[in-house]
Every structure is written in C-alpha cells, then in structure tokens.
Design a protein around this ligand. Structure first.
Ligand code: SIN
Length: 286
C-alpha cells in the first residue's frame, strides 16, 4: 500500500502493516488543529485502528486540547495521578519488575462506557526495546468460522478491574513506579458487554474480550467460561492481526479502543521509559 495524501491539509497516511496501523505525517499536534485536519486524523484512525506520529512536542495543556478535538476527556478510575486527573503518566523506572499494560487489553473495558481512544506520547524512551504491539479486533472477528460467529452472537461477557486494581493487584502495583489504587476504599467496577461489539462509527463488528478485564461470560461461572474465553483472547492477538510500534522521544500513538487491543512489551531491563497519556470518552458498547 502506498502513502495517501489529503490534498486539503497536506496530511499523509502511510500504513505500517497489513493488519492495522499507519504513520501520519504533515501535522503538528501541538498546534491548534483546523477542522479539516481533525477530520483527516479521525478518518485515518477509523481506517487504520491506530495511527502514529513522529517528532511531536506538546505539553499537558496542548495534549488535552488535542484530545478534546475528538471528544470529552476520560478520567482514569484507578491510576493514582500525580496532580492532574485528566493525565496518566506511565513511568517505568530501572528496577521495576512489572509494567503498565503488560497484558493484552483495551483500556478500562470494565467501565459502563469505556474510552473511545487514547493519545500516548513518548517523553523518554530507551534506544531500543519498550515497543507497543496493537491488534486489530475487526480482523480477529472476521477470521472466525461462521459457526463460532453464530455461537458468539448475542453473548455478553463480564469485565472487571479486579485483576488490575484493588487487593489482587497490590503486588503488581508495588513492583512498578506507576501505581493503581489498591487501598481499602477501592471498589470493583464490573460491567457486561457484548463479546462482539459493533463499532459506532464504522458499523463493523469487532471481538471484544481481553486478558486484563474479561473474567467470564455473562450467566456462566468463571470455570465454565475459561476454555472458550482464553481461546478467544489468545486468538485476538495472532501475529497476522498485529503491528508493532517502535518509540522514539516525541512519538505519538493514537488508538481506537473500540476495535483494537494493545500490550506494552516488557523487555527494557534497567532503562527508564516515560509516557504521557490522555484518554477520550466513549459510549456504551452494543
Ligand atoms: C497502555 O497500556 O496504555 C500503555 C502502553 C505503553 O506504555 O506502551
């Protein structure tokens, strides 16, 4: 596939893999974007599920202004913020043995209305390592057999944050610089969502289960759910559904949380990695 340039804005979109992901160039995300630029970025996001930008420089206020061009800001419910609840700073310090995003997931899927997307900028990254993988959940659904699609039709799954926050996540949180709430006042959030959701903008169907949040099928026990659920979750990140992004300082990833999953690769040993993320509110999956 070749680069596609938008004649009105000069924005160029170049796919990075067969499954999903495209690098977008010709735009300064720190500037006040015009409506045509926002429309071109949204179109690229809808088409490619995750889009990447290089050599960007913007502060927290510009980061939030950028996110607001795509919707309201989503405030993360369990990461402990360092002052501004609209910002999540993801820090990996030398010596950390756990990292944020270490399992395949879409963000905060246990919410009644999970975020539509997230914009993540790399502030400090090692020379190599610490990549992020993304997986296209439209393709994961479309590649299923007709029989499996029929079986999943109408099925819901319960999504909970109890694996990533609260008492069960205390060891995980204590082993890394970025902390989740594990205090006594924390309460589990759980919501049932369709196992196959329909994207509200593209109308396409996407597989919607993941390792960080999905605990069982609605109306079934965890034991009963486990075999098929595990199979579906692993199926969703087969290599042919994925792309891999190598970060540099100033690189940005903007993902559509409604049709993709992602995972941070924990391979950077004693290096520091600092990222800043703003999430954009979404709607109830159907
Ligand atoms: C996340 O899961 O949102 C973090 C991804 C990353 O740090 O690469």
């Amino acid at each position: 596939m070749s680069d596609v340039a938008n004649s009105q804005t000069g924005i160029t979109v170049a796919p990075v893999a067969g499954a999903l992901g495209a690098e977008v160039s010709g735009v300064d995300l720190g500037a006040e974007l015009g409506d045509a630029e926002v429309a071109a970025i949204r179109e690229a996001l809808l088409q490619h599920c995750v889009i990447f930008f290089r050599d960007q420089v913007f502060d927290t206020e510009a980061h939030k202004r950028l996110a607001r061009r795509f919707g309201d800001i989503f405030v993360h419910p369990f990461f402990i913020s360092d002052g501004d609840p609209e910002i999540v700073t993801i820090v990996r310090e030398p010596g950390d043995t756990r990292i944020v995003g270490e399992d395949w997931h879409s963000d905060t899927q246990m919410m009644a209305e999970p975020p539509m997307g997230a914009i993540l900028i790399a502030l400090e990254v090692p020379e190599y390592g610490g990549d992020t993988l993304f997986a296209n959940q439209y393709l994961a659904y479309e590649a299923l057999s007709d029989g499996m699609k029929r079986m999943l039709d109408g099925l819901k799954a319960v999504n909970s944050d109890r694996l990533v926050a609260g008492p069960a996540a205390a060891e995980r949180s204590a082993s890394r610089a970025t902390k989740a709430r594990t205090d006594d006042g924390w309460r589990e959030t759980a919501n049932a969502h369709p196992v196959v959701r329909t994207h509200p903008e593209t109308g396409r169907k996407a597989l919607y289960v993941n390792h960080s949040y999905t605990i069982r099928f609605d109306g079934m026990s965890e034991d009963e759910s486990r075999p098929l659920l595990d199979w579906l979750m692993d199926w969703g990140h087969r290599p042919e559904f994925t792309c891999r992004f190598r970060w540099r300082a100033g690189s940005v990833a903007f993902w559509d949380n409604r049709c993709s999953k992602h995972i941070a690769v924990d391979d950077i040993r004693d290096a520091r990695r600092i990222m800043r993320r703003v999430q954009i509110a979404g709607d109830r999956p159907y």
